[in-house]
Design a protein around this ligand. Structure first.
Ligand code: NIG
Ligand code: FE
Length: 412
């Protein structure tokens, strides 16, 4: 057992508004799980300290302790970069236009196909290491830059290899329906058939993905095509999520809801009917302020409607080379407050409790007995102090499954 003391704890669960920080708090962990959390005195009184079962006492330095951060939407496995397209966009060419000209996602597909699994894994490791320093203990990673059986699987294997190399939980998502590959130009239905008949069954057979995603948009796939992918996922018993209503209102939110999706992501153009559908299906709205900022979008997601209909809002980096080259979930907290009008508490809930729900994980995202001992300690006073600077100092301590993983030299 380990005792983590001198902590100001924000459990993100059962909070009394205005009283969400437990000053002089402590956590008791046993292996991968939390045994007790609360005011130090209370934790100590339920602790068999006398039995000398506490093997280690760790001083959290008076820092703010949060559940380990969860980045529930990333595309961090990819080859190449999109700096040339960035310049084109600065000259006034739109993201959609670049995509229609055969660039965009397809240019990253070409670069990813040319990069082997080991190189992809090394690039992803470097990116994920920086994310973990910010307090991330669970990371979702999508495929979607391979667009054929072999290259999609190569991406998923590269993503899964992070599990052995970093102290982070990795949730992988098959995003075969991300773009229409060049060899299927004007044959998008044929490509969807390949996704449903070959790619998805092969990925499922090998257990390479925890969920299935698609890009529902006029520059990608129609609702009808996404429906085919989701039906196949259902047949294979895999949960779904969807890139929905990012650039236009294509009815993506309602489609995601119809299939009981874990999450619908982006949602800038979702209308009230779509929001209501998400509320009814218990689907999490994942907001991605990095992509909104980088594509200079004008229409914010309908945050007021999410509040009104009590749709949980998660936040993620959407880390990718084309629309959101940001690896800092802490910066995303700031962006969500400034651009989308979330409160600091809503923002932090978006990268903890609601992000866990977006991944279908019920063992993390809050600090409570029985939950995973994943937490991060920041040298800040309050949740507002975590959100208001543009670029906060990385986490002082990161604990994953009960083990100190940052700073690494303190690893027992
Ligand atoms: O989430 N919207 C689709 N997919 C990514 C962008 C990927 C890319 O441009 O490479 C997104 O924004
Ligand atoms: Fe995305």
């Amino acid at each position: 057992m380990k005792l983590w003391e001198n902590a100001r704890i924000v459990p993100m669960a059962d909070a009394v508004p205005g009283m969400e920080v437990i000053d002089d708090g402590a956590l008791l962990t046993d292996g991968e799980s939390i045994l007790a959390v609360g005011p130090r005195e209370a934790v100590l009184s339920q602790t068999p300290l006398a039995d000398k079962q506490v093997e280690e006492v760790v001083d959290c330095g008076g820092g703010l302790v949060l559940p380990g951060l969860i980045d529930c939407h990333t595309h961090l496995v990819y080859g190449g970069d999109r700096s040339r397209e960035f310049e084109q966009r600065l000259e006034g060419v739109s993201y959609q236009e670049i995509s229609r000209q055969g660039g965009g996602i397809r240019s990253t597909v070409a670069a990813t196909r040319e990069t082997n699994q080991q190189e992809l894994a090394a690039l992803a490791l470097d990116r994920a290491t920086r994310m973990c320093a910010n307090g991330v203990t669970t990371l979702e990673v999508k495929s979607g830059y391979g667009l054929c059986v072999e290259d999609e699987e190569k991406m998923l294997l590269a993503a899964r290899s992070l599990r052995e190399r970093l102290p982070v939980s990795v949730h992988t998502t098959f995003l075969g329906a991300h773009a229409i590959p060049e060899d299927f130009h004007e044959r998008s239905d044929d490509y969807i058939q390949l996704v449903c008949e070959e790619m998805l069954p092969s990925v499922a057979r090998q257990g390479l993905a925890d969920s299935v995603d698609a890009f529902c948009e006029n520059i990608a796939f129609s609702c009808q095509q996404v429906r085919r992918v989701f039906e196949k996922a259902r047949e294979l018993g895999m949960p779904v999520r969807l890139h929905a209503d990012q650039l236009t209102n294509g009815g993506g939110a309602a489609l995601a809801a119809e299939f009981g999706a874990l999450s619908a992501d982006h949602l800038e153009y979702t209308d009230e009917a779509g929001v209501k559908a998400l509320a009814e299906s218990g689907t999490v709205a994942v907001l991605l302020p990095g992509a909104f900022y980088f594509l200079k979008e004008k229409q914010c997601p309908p945050v007021e409607l999410f509040r009104k209909h009590e749709v949980p809002m998660a936040l993620a980096t959407d880390y990718n080379p084309g629309s959101s080259p940001v690896d800092s979930l802490l910066l995303v907290l700031n962006m969500a407050c400034v651009m989308f009008g979330l409160t600091p508490r809503e923002s932090v809930a978006g990268v903890t409790i609601h992000a866990a729900k977006a991944l279908g994980l019920s063992d993390r995202g809050v600090l409570k007995p029985g939950y995973r001992a994943d937490f991060a300690v920041f040298d800040v006073e309050t949740l507002a102090h975590l959100c208001y600077p543009i670029g906060v100092a990385p986490a002082r301590l990161v604990v994953q499954a009960g083990c100190l993983t940052r700073p690494l030299h303190q690893r027992p």
